[in-house]
Design a protein around this ligand. Structure first.
Ligand code: B12
Ligand code: SF4
Length: 514
């Protein structure tokens, strides 16, 4: 079996990270397949694929050559990111033509998207967690036994879609093998994704992650980390739990164990986590995290506008947000702030000119002293309440014009609240990001480098001088790098045919409404 993580459709703010890491889900599923007696398995990550690996003349991963080198009987696809789904379907059609059985899993595949998947070369869809379902599916295919007994599966038979009963969410994580990253071929991984908690207790309208959180033990997470340090020389980790700090006492215990482990092996490791802003109220948790080497926190601020936060169901108010962001700063975390610009509100509830919204975002970002920011447009992802709301209002652009490849937060994919035009929202995001990531930071990087010897001279006098210098240097470098990224993105946008597609989609929506 080969599991493919399809390439991002275009250059994206995350492209840089994607070629240093990999998706954890497919590695977990592949590890599960590895346990089966008659099966051999590999993972191909198109976003992290060596330049020396088999590639076509256009630079894409050459699946035809891969298939000749190590022919797969079954190919699985990671459908965790909707924006990569057009590439997923392109590959599924290719493998289908080669006579290979195709299986897809991941967040994109819900009731709404199943028909298109079966029409695009997918034989089986695994719904929800894949570790157990894939084993049972492969065994059934091997023995020719009845697929109806495999829970969590969907397939097309006799002109209709069959869905077997849903599988219960995994609760006994200790029964699963540790994810085996050596199954990922042609990849160079320097940031390892690890996890302890699946699910999230919150209920944000735009998010696909739903369901009660389920926890593995701190010991298991430490085991994942120590295994990677000791077998793969890993140093950087992304704890992909949706909300770090759930099950507070166990999280603090984990942080203490992690600190002890690093002391024992005499190494400092580097961790990034995703956390809610209101964890700022928990000083004990934050200080345990810092001691454990958690250096970067990614926080979904989403918006500084109260009405937007309410409809998103973020359960937080803007006045508290700046204070809380600063607490993370004081503890020495690098804060990566994630924002959504132009969230659609219920009609007639509230209206604010785009220029005013831009101003509020800018002021907020400056006052909260966020180290790096990511401002994206709202994306009505399959399976979310936001999508259902906008579908009911007939605001989502038809997929024939604005396809899934545009669902990465960089493009408007639905009609914004009147009287705002989609183009204005996109321009506004560029304005906010453009103010943050600027060319002039190049000069500050240079100044910071020259300031380094002076820093050494005064180091004994400055409290935390080194840390301050590093933070400054790192942030100016990132902000200059961000400018380069944005320039590339703008060029790509201008050269692409999105503007034309948008015009057509709008026309079609209007036609439908009349
Ligand atoms: C880590 C992470 C990232 C990382 C790495 C992404 C990656 N996976 O490659 C980074 C930071 C790069 C990232 C970026 C983005 N992300 Co992200 N990310 C996550 C996060 C927090 C964890 C993913 C993870 O490892 N989960 C743990 C594993 C074990 O679960 P899993 O992936 O679901 O896998 C299981 C099943 O789905 C299934 N399965 C998965 N693949 C397969 C394959 C086969 C063959 C089978 C049988 C089964 C199977 O079995 C697995 C094991 O049980 C998820 C949230 C979440 N909880 O999943 C969001 C999530 C995947 N991200 C999301 C989004 C939207 C984005 C962005 C577009 C940013 C944005 N606008 O918010 C960008 C992507 C840029 C782009 N080009 O589109 C959405 C995706 C929803 C969707 N339908 O697209 C999610 C679900 C969060 C959300 N808000 O809803 N992300
Ligand atoms: S956005 Fe974050 S906090 Fe909200 S439901 Fe999703 S994972 Fe949970």
């Amino acid at each position: 079996m080969r599991i493919v993580i399809p390439a991002y459709p275009a250059f994206n703010i995350y492209s840089n990270v994607a070629n240093k890491t990999t998706a954890l889900g497919p590695v977990c599923v592949a590890t599960s397949v590895r346990e089966l007696r008659n099966w051999d398995v590999e993972v191909i990550d198109e976003n992290n694929f060596s330049l020396h690996g088999p590639r076509t003349e256009q630079g894409k991963v050459d699946h035809s050559l891969l298939q000749r080198l190590r022919s797969a009987d079954v190919v699985g696809f990671y459908g965790g990111l909707t924006s990569t789904v057009p590439r997923l379907y392109e590959l599924a059609r290719f493998y289908k033509k080669e006579g290979v059985i195709t299986v897809a899993g991941g967040q994109h595949f819900v009731e709404e998207t199943m028909p298109e998947a079966f029409a695009s070369g997918i034989d089986y869809i695994v719904r929800g967690e894949g570790e157990v379902t894939i084993q049972q599916l492969l065994l059934s295919l091997e023995n020719g036994s009845d697929l109806k007994s495999v829970k969590g599966l969907a397939y097309y038979e006799g002109g209709k879609i069959i869905q077997t009963p849903p599988r219960e969410p995994i609760t006994d994580f200790e029964a699963l093998p540790l994810p085996d990253f050596s199954l990922v071929r042609y990849a160079r991984i320097s940031i390892y994704p690890v996890e302890r908690i699946r699910g999230c207790g919150m209920d944000c309208e735009f998010c696909t992650v739903k369901g009660k959180p389920r926890f593995a033990s701190p010991e298991r997470l430490l085991e994942q980390i120590s295994n990677l340090v000791e077998t793969r020389d890993a140093r950087h980790f992304f704890i992909v739990d949706d909300l770090f700090g759930q099950q507070r006492e166990e999280t603090i215990r984990f942080c203490r164990m992690l600190f002890e482990y690093q002391r024992r092996i005499n190494l400092r490791l580097d961790f990034t986590v995703q956390i809610r802003l209101d964890k700022a109220k928990d000083g004990e948790l934050l200080s345990a995290m810092r001691k454990a080497g958690i250096n970067t926190v990614a926080i979904g601020f989403e918006s500084p506008i109260e009405e937007e936060l309410q409809i998103m169901r973020k359960h937080i108010v803007p006045e508290e947000m700046i204070k809380m962001a600063r607490v993370f700063q004081r503890f020495g975390f690098l804060v990566h702030g994630m924002f959504i610009f132009g969230y659609p509100l219920a009609e007639g509830v509230f209206s604010m000119p785009v220029a005013e919204r831009v101003r509020r975002f800018r002021i907020f970002i400056r006052q909260a002293r966020i180290d790096t920011v990511q401002v994206l447009l709202p994306v009505p992802l399959p399976g979310t309440e936001l999508r259902q709301r906008l579908l009911r209002q007939n605001r989502i652009y038809p997929s024939g014009d604005v396809g899934w490849e545009y669902y990465d937060g960089n493009f408007p994919v639905f009609e914004p609240d009147p009287p705002v035009a989609a183009e204005d929202l996109q321009m506004a995001v560029q304005q906010i990001m453009g103010k943050f990531y600027r060319f002039r930071y190049f000069f500050l990087v240079v100044i910071n480098v020259f300031a380094f010897p002076c820093l050494l001279f005064y180091l004994h006098r400055l409290r935390d001088g080194w840390k301050k210098w590093y933070r400054n240097w790192r942030n100016t470098l990132v902000r200059f790098g961000g400018w380069v990224l944005m320039k590339g993105w703008r060029k790509q946008y201008q050269q692409g045919d999105f503007v034309y597609k948008l015009e057509r989609a709008r026309g079609r929506l209007k036609g439908r409404q009349q």
